[in-house]
Design a protein around this ligand. Structure first.
Ligand SMILES: [Zn+2]
Length: 295
């Protein structure tokens, strides 16, 4: 496990990745295949990351958040998952995408700083159903499991994906978690380029509103990009500034933060996703800059 050195600096950013998170199939969303491509890009850049294996989330843990019948029928491929198919490889990967988020949150709490979960597909998932490439809500699964284990009193969910975290919001109400889950979803307020400066200028206060949380779960979505087919209002450089501001605020306030990839749908003519990789690369570069250089 990643250790800090005697000056308290994280030597490497912990990344909770396994190939079992990846389901390769044809979908408009590259999300299911994205973890491998993103982790590969980070490794090619020589970024100081440590790949760590982790336990999958169990069906019973999904049932702490979702309707038990929905969980069983998705996992047995009887009803559509969030990608609108019933593929067993997607069902199998779901234990690991949520597992990555849960493991990263545990590690961020343990090291007191940061960990990365290179996964997607959470915030539109509701109690009875999935939607928009989201099947189970790994954000709320993480919050509920950590709460049940007594590892947290309060959890922050900072959702800077392009889209409204409507599934998260429904689940907070379903489970009467309004008092202990602090949820902010930018997708409810921001959609156009003229709002970019306002968005960036308010990031510090968004994080400060989570100062009483034991961990922040941060959705560092790539789909707010202005060229995203489902976006967007920020340039690549503004997205990088977003991530720097989030990490600097969480670091200076001493709030552990576990972050994931969330959405991002730009494709090259050849089917590559370099524009999306550039955004996720920048997130890790800013994470390293804050946590490795500032301790
Ligand atoms: Zn999105």
């Amino acid at each position: 496990m990643n250790e800090t050195n005697n000056t308290g600096v994280l030597k490497q950013i912990p990344v909770f990745y396994t190939p079992k998170m990846v389901a390769n199939f044809s979908s408009f969303s590259p999300s299911a295949g994205k973890p491998a491509r993103v982790v590969g890009a980070w490794q090619r850049l020589g970024l100081p990351i440590e790949i760590i294996d982790f336990e999958p989330v169990s069906a019973d843990q999904f049932k702490m958040v979702h309707n038990p019948g929905y969980v069983d029928r998705v996992l047995s491929c009887e009803v559509n998952n969030g990608f609108k198919n019933k593929l067993p490889e997607v069902a199998a990967s779901l234990h690991y995408t949520s597992g990555s988020m849960l493991a990263a949150a545990r590690e961020a709490i343990r090291n007191g700083r940061v960990a990365s979960a290179p996964c997607s597909g959470f915030h539109h998932a509701r109690f009875f159903s999935g939607f928009g490439f989201c099947t189970f809500n790994g954000l709320m699964v993480t919050a509920m499991v950590l709460k049940a284990e007594g590892l947290v009193d309060q959890v922050g969910i900072l959702d800077f994906d392009m889209h409204d975290g409507d599934g998260t919001e429904e689940l907070i109400l379903q489970h009467h978690a309004e008092s202990w889950v602090e949820h902010y979803t930018a997708g409810r307020e921001y959609e156009a380029a003229f709002q970019a400066d306002d968005f960036l200028s308010r990031i510090r206060e968004r994080v400060e509103e989570m100062r009483d949380c034991d961990v922040i779960l941060y959705q560092a979505g790539a789909d707010p990009h202005i060229n995203d087919p489902f976006g967007g209002f920020l340039t690549t450089e503004q997205l990088r500034e977003r991530d720097r501001l989030v990490f600097e605020a969480a670091h200076s306030l001493g709030i552990p933060i576990a972050w994931n990839l969330a959405g991002g749908y730009q494709e090259d003519k050849g089917g590559g996703i370099q524009a999306v990789l550039d955004i996720h690369n920048n997130t890790m570069i800013e994470c390293v800059a804050v946590y490795q250089e500032q301790g």
